[in-house]
Design a protein. Structure first.
Length: 54
């Protein structure tokens, strides 16, 4: 169990200190990672940066 408290916005103290959350989409080519990332950007209330590595 974490020793960090959760704030009203749903972020723990650790997440707030480090600037937020990370969502990693991992998979082979052509499985739809970019499509899922675009859909998450539409659905999630806070903005997310999509970065492709490799």
């Amino acid at each position: 169990m974490s020793n960090y408290r959760t704030s009203r916005d749903g972020l723990s103290q650790r997440e707030s200190a480090f600037g937020g959350r990370l969502i990693a989409l991992v998979g082979t080519s052509s499985v739809g990672k970019s499509s899922v990332a675009r859909r998450l950007q539409e659905l999630l209330p806070e903005p997310h940066l999509v970065v492709g590595l490799g």
